[in-house]
Ligand binder design. Structure first.
Ligand code: AHR
Length: 504
């Protein structure tokens, strides 16, 4: 039986004075009997007490002339509500393993201060704590994802935090929560047990961490009405051994998810310059894309190890830190990780989300680093000014895939060749939403050549096509506070029905 389906797609292109496309790339969309759901949580975000993400970002100075609820910046909230952020990870990052949650509850004036030793040695006044974060999540309509302090905290401290948030019995923890203004349990189910435990979270070996994890997880209780999602602090990039040891020693029964952190550095080097966020030529652009595409092999590798111990794919792989990491903007605090965001970042975002979508059988969560003013941010602020980055617009395009059915694609990408090296020019993912609308997201990484596509949809009859495109004259174009709409979404008129096929 053939279905008449409306059809829409989202398209991302880099078109700096592109030459005419020479050949047409055939793509086939396998629309029949889709079984895998693309979890909306792939589009999760991350907010750490780092630089101006919280303080000077989400949490405004009292005198700042912007719309606020308490001190929560509502212009940021409004922008994020539009892209339906499914979950928000907090309070770190490296900061999480120094954070003592109890310092951040109760009357603000009485909260102890601390030094944020990881990020710029700033004085943290704890004015943004647990209640403020959960109020922010409520305003955003997003699931809170807490990272518990394993590196410098105690099992008791984590366990108390869970009781404070999730229990409804008349214990001192619950009485304190009620006194602090929240009568009902918050029901927080997403819990990361540590962060980067191989590094800033304690410099542990994999086998030592697995014992520590089991101890913490044992005292992470399910209170009535809240089943915890216990999440293992996973590997750094392609460290297969970390995943292997976690899966073997902890086992799938004691974890809901296992994480992975993988950043894209333009120069590929953690020492010396990582590369500028805005000043780069085609070779550095090409290298950035080549580095970004490593995510495919890394996810495939970790997923294969997980398959050995968890054939039914019960455990989620969560890439809960990813994105472009460049040098900071000249003149800004190196500990604040503030960087601009170009069309290149948008192409990294589109490519990475395509990879996650196509691995939706295992990748069921991810968190871009970070939401506001830090690394590959969605939003940048300068006092009362605010702008949406090209990366924000990609999340706007891709929200159509949230909880949609994955449609496998078949195509052979043309090469993007530069300096004797090549990478695939085209990457894509597709899904069908609950209304039967099909969405294809296409990314052209080639900085100088357009692509012509002809898409077959066997077994599908369809009528209409619409599209949106994110592009700009140069891959290093970006939005400024003076020109916030330099790089923005536009309607795309280059898609046509040709017989049963879609020509782009
Ligand atoms: O996102 C910035 C930092 O990168 C995080 O704090 C840490 O987990 C990672 O190394």
């Amino acid at each position: 039986m053939k279905h008449l389906r409306p059809f829409a797609f989202a398209l991302s292109l880099a078109v700096p004075a592109l030459a005419q496309a020479q050949t047409t790339v055939p793509i086939t969309v396998q629309a029949g009997d889709p079984k895998i759901i693309i979890s909306k949580n792939i589009q999760g975000q991350f907010a750490e007490h780092l630089g101006r993400c919280i303080y000077g970002g989400f949490w405004a100075e009292p005198g700042l002339n912007v719309p606020k609820q308490g001190r929560i910046r509502m212009d940021i909230v409004e922008a994020l509500r539009k892209i339906h952020v499914p979950n928000l990870r907090w309070p770190g990052g490296c900061f999480a393993d120094t954070y003592h949650w109890h310092d951040g509850v109760g009357p603000t004036a009485q909260r102890p201060k601390m030094l944020n030793l990881w990020w710029g040695n700033t004085l943290e006044d704890n004015s943004f704590g647990t209640h403020e974060f959960l109020e922010l999540c409520g305003l955003l309509g997003t699931e809170p994802y807490l990272a518990a302090n394993v590196g410098s905290g105690t099992v008791q401290e984590m366990s108390n935090w869970m009781e404070y948030l999730n229990s409804n019995e008349d214990t001192p923890m619950v009485q304190e929560r009620r006194k602090n203004g929240h009568a009902e349990p918050y029901k927080v189910s997403w819990w990361g047990i540590g962060n980067e435990s191989w590094g800033c979270g304690g410099n542990m070996t994999a086998s030592y961490y697995t014992d520590v994890y089991k101890r913490y997880a044992t005292f992470a209780h399910d209170y009535p009405g809240t089943k915890l999602k216990r999440i293992v602090s996973g590997a750094n990039g392609d460290d297969a051994n970390w995943t292997e040891v976690c899966m073997k020693n902890i086992g799938p029964g004691m974890m809901w998810g296992l994480t992975l952190h993988q950043y894209t550095l333009p120069t590929g080097s953690w020492t010396g310059s990582k590369g500028s966020a805005t000043v780069f030529g085609e070779q550095e652009y090409f290298n950035t894309m080549r580095n970004c595409l490593k995510m495919e092999a890394i996810v495939t590798k970790h997923a294969a190890i997980m398959d050995k111990y968890d054939k039914d794919k019960k455990v989620a792989l969560l890439v809960d830190e990813w994105g472009v990491w460049t040098d900071v903007e000249p003149g800004t605090n190196p500990g604040f990780l503030y960087q601009q965001n170009t069309l290149r970042d948008a192409l990294v975002a589109g490519t990475t989300l395509n990879i996650f979508n196509n691995h939706a059988d295992r990748v069921r969560g991810a968190n871009l680093a970070q939401a506001v003013n830090v690394l590959q941010a969605l939003i940048l602020t300068d006092k009362e000014k605010m702008l949406l980055t090209p990366t924000y617009h990609v999340f706007d395009l891709y929200q159509v895939h949230q909880d949609a059915q994955l449609l496998p694609l078949q195509f052979a990408s043309p090469d993007y060749v530069l300096g004797g090296e090549k990478i695939p020019a085209l990457n894509a993912s597709a899904s069908k939403d609950k209304n039967g609308v099909m969405h294809i997201s296409l990314v052209n990484l080639d900085a100088t050549h357009a692509l012509k596509l002809e898409t077959a949809l066997p077994g599908v009859s369809w009528k209409t096509v619409t599209g949106r495109v994110l592009t700009s004259a140069k891959v290093n174009d970006y939005n400024t506070f003076d020109k916030p709409n330099n790089v923005k979404l536009a309607a795309f008129a280059g898609a046509k029905k040709r017989g049963d096929k879609l020509a782009v």
